[in-house]
Design a protein around this ligand. Structure first.
Ligand code: PGA
Length: 242
């Protein structure tokens, strides 16, 4: 089954998140697929209640590598799990760029997610300069290696990888289907060689109802990670119902 993840980032106030989540619950009432909402942390508890009787699943945009203790400002994966979080984005390019998240930290976060039964969604992708210099594949392989190499494959059965070319995020620029699929093949091959079996690979970066279908279909991606077009139930539904 394809998986569709809505990343609300820090776009909505808690009140707006509640309103939007209610509208998602209405629109997705009879939905039979796998769709995940990732609100910001302040809205998570309220959104969790709204989604309780809905087919929609709760996700988080990040989590702490630590479970409990003196870690000011962190959000425990233990508490996320008890709120009903089933998936967590890890290493989104905005966190890598603005918060300098390192591969070592991402590896620890993946481990923390898995030990709390939260599916880690590791985000990878090259920026515009890296692409221009022909280094996209090398950058992506280095990101995979950095975050995953130290982790035993047996513990990572629930891993998902999201390919998000940084230059396509929030820009309206589309990654060409063939190019995106070449990256998917590289990720699949890297995982196979590393002993990771059947890891779903999602695509993200300016996905809209109009272009979503081009990334799916035969031999396409295993789902989509959506930012801007996930802020409205009807547009996300058009994508998630594909
Ligand atoms: P976008 O964001 O769909 O607005 O490009 C995707 C993401 O950052 O996950």
């Amino acid at each position: 089954m394809k998986i569709f993840i809505a990343n609300w980032k820090m776009q909505l106030s808690p009140e707006e998140s509640v309103r939007t989540a209610r509208s998602f619950a209405r629109v997705f009432k009879n939905y039979q697929g796998q769709a995940v909402l990732c609100p910001d942390f302040l809205s998570l508890a309220a959104v969790s209640k709204i989604l309780a009787k809905s087919p929609l699943v709760l996700g988080s945009q990040d989590l702490s590598a630590f479970e409990r203790g003196a870690y000011t400002g962190e959000i425990s994966p233990v508490d996320l799990q008890s709120l009903g979080v089933k998936y967590s984005l890890i290493g989104h390019s905005e966190r890598r760029a603005y918060l300098q998240e390192s591969d070592k930290l991402l590896a620890a976060k993946i481990k923390a997610a898995v030990s709390n039964k939260i599916v880690p969604v590791l985000c990878v992708g090259e920026n515009a300069l890296e692409r221009k210099q022909g280094r996209a594949m090398a950058v992506i392989k280095a990101q995979l290696k950095g975050a995953l190499q130290s982790l035993p494959t047996a513990t990572l059965r629930s891993l998902i990888i999201a390919y998000e070319p940084v230059w396509a995020i929030g820009t309206g620029l589309n990654c060409d289907r063939e190019q995106a699929l070449r990256v998917k093949a590289t990720i699949n091959e890297w995982c196979r060689r590393g002993g990771f079996k059947k890891i779903p690979v999602l695509y993200g970066g300016s996905v809209k109802p109009e272009n979503a279908v081009s990334f799916l279909g035969n031999d396409g991606f295993d789902g989509l990670l959506v930012g801007g077009a996930s802020l409205e139930a009807s547009s996300f539904y058009q994508i998630a119902a594909l």
